[in-house]
Design a protein around this ligand. Structure first.
Ligand code: ADE
Length: 224
């Protein structure tokens, strides 16, 4: 899968993809992540990428031309399944959306800044608008990193058995059950007996029950 991320702050995206599972996915050739600096496409002599908003008001708006230039270039090179704009007024990201995006071959993710992008970019190019939650970030970069991580880990072959996504929270609309490792007792807190029993039927039953209990207590909306 190929992911092209468009940003005015590429340095914000260096860390998240250079370690752990995101790095492994790229090393294995299962994911290619390209970060494009929108500023490189500005024809303005000061490399400006924003402008005052029509109608007045505080806050700048990201200009159409440099964004359109990167998008036109990418679109002319290959077919994209989705052109996504990260914005707090988008559809809230969930596991179902991540699952469906992970089946795509090529996607573009556009990161907003300031007051956002000129509305016409959204009208002309954007096929999906995604929010990572009901709060406002300084820009779309961290949100793009979250979206990318949630997708890439689901690409077949990225995770091994130990880290399998099948047992993740939300995969079956349930939160994950509690997990434990050594020692069997710490400051009087004991690992539940059943997990030490070696009886895998009982262990599975325990985990199912705990997952259900936890979901009912913390996220009853998932059970609806
Ligand atoms: N940009 C700013 N805030 C955001 C959010 N919550 N989700 C996606 N993109 C954003």
């Amino acid at each position: 899968m190929r992911i092209d991320i468009l940003t005015i702050l590429p340095e914000l995206l260096q860390g998240p993809f250079s370690a752990s599972i995101m790095k492994r996915a790229q090393d294995k050739g299962l994911a290619e992540i390209f970060v494009h600096n929108i500023r490189d496409y500005s024809t303005n002599k000061h490399k400006q990428v924003d402008d005052y908003q029509y109608g007045g008001g505080a806050g700048m708006v990201m200009s159409i031309e440099p964004i359109a230039a990167v998008l036109d270039k990418l679109i002319s090179e290959r077919k994209y399944d989705e052109i996504i704009y990260m914005t707090p007024d988008g559809e809230v990201l969930d596991q179902k959306t991540a699952n469906s995006f992970s089946l795509y071959e090529n996607i573009i993710i556009l990161c907003g800044h300031y007051k956002g992008v000129d509305e016409r970019i959204r009208q002309i190019y954007i096929t999906k608008e995604i929010s990572i939650g009901s709060y406002v970030l300084s820009g779309g970069e961290l949100a793009a990193a979250v979206l990318t991580d949630s997708i890439v880990r689901l690409i077949p072959g990225v995770l091994n058995d130990e880290t399998s996504a099948l047992t993740d929270s939300f995969q079956d609309n349930l939160l994950s059950p509690p997990v434990y490792t050594r020692p069997p007792e710490f400051r009087g807190y004991k690992v539940p007996e059943v997990l030490l029993s070696g009886n895998f039927d009982l262990i599975e039953k325990y985990r199912d029950e705990e997952a259900y209990k936890r979901t009912k207590e913390r996220r009853p909306d998932l059970l609806d």
